[in-house]
Design a protein around this ligand. Structure first.
Ligand code: EPZ
Length: 417
């Protein structure tokens, strides 16, 4: 088991370079099998979710070459076999193989995906989308068999603007006969990045980034070269850390518009910020005002930053509130923040934070990926040593987190026990 130890209360300054987006990469890798030619993807983060998807590609006999920050995927000799539970349960995004295999072979067999336990996380909208395209779905003891004689275009309205369902339907529809329209599609930047990748391979997708996406089916897709966008959640996490402990901390290689909702909340509470074309420079302030946040789909305040942002709210004067509207179980970090000295109560889907409170290091748990990011942020601020267990969650989504934080002055290490 890995544990992380942080000696907190140190000023952080220097530059942190943001890696490629996890939530785009995890869709781009399965999407690459839709061609029979080589797809080169660069700016790929070296995180364990990338490793887990490459393991599935290996199982499917897809040739994968990895170099520093890039990956070359060649599915020429690929075989469409069942994806076993030990692979699917490693991460949520394994479900993108359903859409990609269905789109390519008209058949996908795999087990229910894994991922963070932040809610029930049903996949009904994905499956309804596949059915609308002409597929039948059988579910036998957690195993899904999705197949079609032919996939045809359809008009699909999503009851919820789901990121996963939008991408999965795009993957299945890209080679279907005719035109598919997804209404109430999710608008997250990762969706635009995946649509651009597919279009680079010869797909005909328009409207990605708006709530109506149109996909005109094509027969074949060809080789391509593609770059993953910067990770807006990793960027947001380090920007929050800068507001807690930074002295001119530069968070570099970002698309500032992708973190607009975070930046405007930071300005509201009184953070010192300089926003450049592809960077943010941030310093800790002595006094912060309290505020209210509500998580929403993009471009609203992202649920994935709610947990690290709560740490910053412990340093704001007065009563702040966080309402989580996307996931029903995303307050698991709160008891651990209270163990560190925070004053937070949770009622239904709202956390009330009274601040400012002094945080003091203790033993805490990374219950999920972003709860883990919150523990890192809290540990960097707290006086004394914070020990975090279940570090594996953090390593699923933050590339070289120890190296990046050490380079700006943090005292942080991971050790095996
Ligand atoms: C993606 O999850 C991200 N994961 C999540 O990031 C992120 O929190 C989430 O989008 C929201 O932004 C990946 O991209 C791999 P959804 P996804 O489908 O696609 C409900 C992180 O920390 N829903 O947009 O699984 C669902 O229960 C992770 O990096 C259905 O009811 O999220 C939720 O309440 C965690 N039926 C809401 O929709 C469905 O079929 C939004 O989920 C699908 C979703």
């Amino acid at each position: 088991m890995k544990i992380m130890e942080i000696e907190g209360n140190r000023e952080l300054s220097g530059t942190i370079r943001i890696s490629g987006a996890k939530n785009a990469t995890v869709a781009l890798i399965p999407a690459a099998i839709l061609t029979d030619e080589e797809a080169t993807i660069c700016n790929v983060p070296e995180i364990t979710d990338t490793d887990a998807l490459c393991a599935i590609l290996n199982e499917l006999n897809v040739d994968v070459k990895r170099a520093s920050e890039s990956i070359i995927i060649n599915p020429k000799s690929m075989k469409n076999i069942e994806i076993a539970e030990k692979f699917s349960k490693k991460l949520r995004a394994s479900y993108y193989f359903m859409g990609a295999l269905l789109g390519k072979y008209k058949k996908a067999v795999m087990y229910f995906p894994g991922g963070c336990s932040i809610g029930a996380r049903p996949i009904d909208l994905h499956l309804k989308g596949f059915e609308a395209l002409g597929a039948t779905v059988k579910n036998e003891k957690n195993k899904y068999i999705v197949e079609a004689k032919e996939l045809h275009g359809a008009n699909i309205y999503l009851d919820i603007a789901s990121v996963g369902a939008t991408i999965n339907i795009m993957l299945a529809a890209v080679k279907a006969k005719g035109t598919t329209v997804i209404d109430n599609a999710a608008k997250e930047p990762e969706i635009v990045n995946v649509a651009t990748f597919l279009n680079n391979m010869g797909a005909r997708i328009s409207g990605a980034g708006t709530s109506t996406i149109k996909i005109e089916g094509v027969e074949t897709l060809h080789k391509c070269f593609h770059e993953v966008i910067p990770d807006r959640i990793e960027a947001g996490t380090y920007i929050i850390i800068g507001a807690l402990c930074g002295k001119n901390l530069k968070v570099d290689n970002i698309i500032p518009e992708h973190v607009d909702s975070l930046l405007s909340k930071l300005e509201e509470i009184g953070t010192e910020l300089e926003v450049g074309t592809d960077y943010v420079i941030i310093s800790k302030s002595d006094t912060y005002k309290s505020t209210t946040i509500k998580t929403l789909v993009y471009p609203g305040f992202p649920t994935d930053l709610q947990q690290p942002f709560t740490v910053l709210l412990t340093q704001c004067n007065g009563k702040s509130k966080v309402t989580e509207t996307i996931w029903e179980n995303r307050f698991m970090h709160i008891p651990y923040l209270n163990d560190l000295g925070a004053d937070i109560t949770v009622k239904n889907q709202t956390a009330t934070i009274i601040g400012p409170t002094k945080l003091t290091g203790t033993s805490v748990v990374a219950t999920d990926l972003r709860a883990g990011a919150a523990m890192v942020a809290a540990g960097l601020l707290a006086e004394g040593t914070t020990t975090i267990t279940n570090v594996e969650h953090i390593l699923r989504g933050y590339e070289q987190i120890v190296e990046k934080l050490t380079s700006v002055g943090a005292k942080i290490k991971i050790r095996e026990i």
